[in-house]
Design a protein around this ligand. Structure first.
Ligand code: ZN
Length: 123
């Protein structure tokens, strides 16, 4: 933890040390990586699809109107980010959003930003 920083401006009523509980920039790298993986509208769309259903690459490609290799590329990045998991069944590989707090938060965030109601929370 860095020692208290003497700020150039003193404003009354403000914290003496606003940086006290602020982690170093390097610690934000995992956050930046998550947003980087979601910095593509198509990837966000695939991720939201997989937040609601499990699908294979072929079906995702059909839904997205994209080639399978393009979809596979997006899925790889989402998997590296820990947002998507895979399940193999024979020759078929199924993808769905990871059952993690991070994936759930990103799922909610996308729906909030887009003003969508989650089909899973209806009824
Ligand atoms: Zn949802």
């Amino acid at each position: 933890m860095p020692e208290a920083l003497e700020l150039p401006h003193h404003h009354t009523g403000q914290s003496n040390d606003p940086a006290k509980n602020l982690p170093a920039t390097a610690r934000f790298e995992p956050v930046a990586q998550v947003f980087k993986q979601l910095s593509d509208a198509g990837r966000c769309r695939i991720f939201l699809l997989l937040s609601h259903s499990e699908e294979c690459v072929i079906n995702i490609a059909a839904i997205m109107d994209m080639s399978s290799p393009a979809v596979a590329h997006h899925l790889r990045l989402l998997k590296v980010a820990g947002l998507v998991t895979t399940r193999r069944e024979g020759k078929e590989v199924f993808y769905k959003a990871a059952q993690t707090d991070l994936a759930r938060e990103m799922h909610r965030m996308i729906e909030r930003v887009m003003h969508l109601s989650c089909p899973e929370t209806k009824s």
